[in-house]
Write a protein that binds this ligand. Structure first.
Ligand code: DON
Length: 305
């Protein structure tokens, strides 16, 4: 497996120069556009890696998966899906148009910014700090890494520049999709996006989903099988934003990207995969990361379809 990972990283490095690191959050522009790395954890607990897998990056939208797991676990699907639907959008992750025009103002799914902000508003906790810690603690358990923490500089950069997310949140407040104080909810959302991780951490989260909610390394159940199933289904249809259909055809596995350059991918009953490549395509997905997963699919027959 290590040889296969070496081969897919080496043959796709050239793609890193064809994209750009995110700059709309100024602190993200410091990401290394040349980095490319992969980490794989199987459902038997075996670990494989190659390339720049030790590169630290912020989780960004991949946190949406963990927030969704938390609210489904705490409230159940009926309550969660009253606030947010599960339909793909074919629009950009930060698009505002559908909130007014479609679906009775309800965000279309929890993987776009509007839907994630709505799920953050549901998190258990009396204060923004408690809500943030609910997800951080759960993420640490999923990844088996007590050192996962906030990148303060990215958080402040997001908070200062997050006007688009403010627009989404205030709109949802005006249509009664969201309860609570808008700035408090956004503060939790910005912090969750700014958690610093490596592709080993996201591979571990992926391995728990692949293993139907059970930690492969100690057999402890963290979430119900049904929750893991719902999350994987939504990742498959919505996780790569308006490139989710294309990704389903070319790779065919549940996955979630973030503008920090990470991709968390799940091969059900087989493995969790974490990829880092901060150079992004026009839709905000890691340009080389997708190519790596496409080639890995060809070599290991990963597609669930
Ligand atoms: O809200 C934002 O714009 C970012 N914190 C997260 C967006 C993101 O990761 C989209 N991913 N491809």
């Amino acid at each position: 497996m290590n040889d296969i990972l070496q081969s897919v990283i080496c043959s796709n490095r050239c793609w890193t120069s064809k994209g750009k690191v995110a700059t709309y959050i100024p602190e993200l522009s410091k990401g290394n556009p040349d980095a490319l790395g992969i980490y794989v954890i199987t459902c038997n607990g075996e670990e494989y890696s190659f390339g720049d897998f030790e590169t630290k990056f912020t989780i960004q939208s991949i946190s949406k998966v963990v927030t969704l797991m938390c609210v489904l676990h705490d409230y159940g699907k009926e309550k969660v899906f009253q606030k947010v639907s599960v339909e793909p959008t074919s629009d950009a992750f930060n698009s505002i148009i559908n909130l007014e025009a479609k679906n009775f103002h309800k965000p279309l799914n929890p993987m776009i910014n509007a839907g994630a902000i709505a799920t953050v508003s549901m998190l258990n906790g009396n204060t923004p700090k408690e809500k943030f810690c609910r997800v951080l603690k759960f993420m640490r358990e999923l990844a088996g890494n007590a050192n996962i923490d906030l990148n303060e500089n990215v958080y402040l950069s997001e908070k200062i520049t997050g006007h688009r997310n403010r627009a989404l949140a205030h709109f949802m407040k005006s249509t009664n999709i969201m309860d609570g104080n808008v700035e408090d909810i956004l503060d939790v959302y910005f912090k969750l996006c700014s958690i610093e991780i490596t592709c080993k951490d996201i591979a571990k989260i992926g391995a728990v989903l692949a293993n139907n909610g059970v930690l492969p390394w100690n057999k402890k159940r963290l979430i119900a099988k049904e929750t893991a199933k719902i999350v994987k289904a939504i990742m498959t249809t919505c996780g790569m934003y308006d490139a989710s259909g294309e990704f389903s055809v070319s790779v065919g596995i549940p996955a979630k990207s973030g503008v920090g350059g990470g991709i968390l991918a799940v091969v059900p009953n087989r493995m969790g995969i974490g990829v880092i490549g901060p150079s992004l395509d026009q839709k905000g997905n890691s340009i080389a990361g997708i190519k790596v997963l496409e080639e890995l699919n060809k070599k290991l027959n990963l597609s669930i379809f």
